[in-house]
Design a protein around this ligand. Sequence first.
Ligand code: AMP
Length: 398
Amino acid sequence: MEGTILVVNCGSSSLKVALFDPQLKKLTSGLAERLGKGDAFASLKGSSGPIELASKANHEDAFRALVSALQDQGLLDEAPVAIGHRVVHGGETFREAALINNDVLSAIRDCAGLAPLHNPVNLLGINATKALFPDTPQVAVFDTAFHQTLPEAAYLYALPLEFYWDWGVRRYGFHGTSHQFMAHEAARLLEKTPATTSIISAHLGNGCSITAIRDGRSVDTSMGLTPLEGLVMGTRSGDVDPGLVDFLATKGMSAEEVNRVLNNESGLLGLSGQTNDMRSLTELADHGHEPSQTAIDVFCFRLARYIGAMMASLKHLDALVFTGGIGENSSRVRKKVVKHLGLFGFSIDNELNNHHGGISKAHIEGADSRFRILVIPTNEELVIAREALAAARPGTAG
Ligand code: AMP
């Protein structure tokens, strides 16, 4: 097919691709996992079986295999017109998507100190696609860019200012493409323009973050220097007392161990002792497993508390928006969170909330609610495809 746009999202041992037609309709998507390990594998939606990968296949091997499967399906008989890459950290350099050239590559490399686990693998993805499609414009779309509009009062930590000047220690925020999509979709649903729409966007997946968006611009967000800060997440703790690090050192834990526990063994998993998966937690809680109920309660309370905090960044609020796997699907979480917010005048319509499943977008606020409450499925790949097309061919994207 002519005029396709390819979206590439590289993780440390994974590579995801999505192919869009020129009207930005998704054609298919594919995934390679366990890259660099003995049992690497890949699959493409619509293919009859798994795609064969050599043992210890790397990102470039996986990309070649997925492209060849796309070609076999007749979807990529010509090079794509644009390739959009999800890049985690753009530091203060990138306020929007960037057409990749040598300067952009070296700036992404410079930001790697802020995201040592992510930016280097994002660069691997860029190199892999360049090797195969040297003439296709490649565009970097940053998780942090949407939050570059944060005012100083929201992005500075109360630390010695040299930390910011010398090392870039500040709040950056993540999930920017998802929050940006919420800003646009909420405006569309409310029949307003993004530039006049103010929302609180709660992205609740395995990673969770919340953003205050004033007149279309991010003005506060819960993730910080790293994605660890803020809400309770699947395996991340979110906010804890910084004094914890020293306390755990007295118990014999190294900084590295504390970091591992806070990122990989905390959150819903740590509290429940069972799982990071909200669906499984809900089932466990229904069967009387008390720690699972506690995990859900802590998750919902922290979220409600953050929604209250985000109100301080807004002059008015058009809607509270839920998205991500939990935000889109868990009526129980939405109900519990909104119940905490009665003082602000939020109320939920139980019928609309419970019957949301299957409807792609919906208002779920009660008739007496002071604010609208929306459930909007996120679509980060679409944002990346749209931004890639716009940056690669200015003037053509809708
Ligand atoms: P994501 O990272 O956006 O894919 O979201 C993953 C999270 O969404 C996991 O905690 C899932 O358990 C949760 N999730 C997905 N579907 C449901 C559902 N029907 N009910 C509750 N949680 C769900």
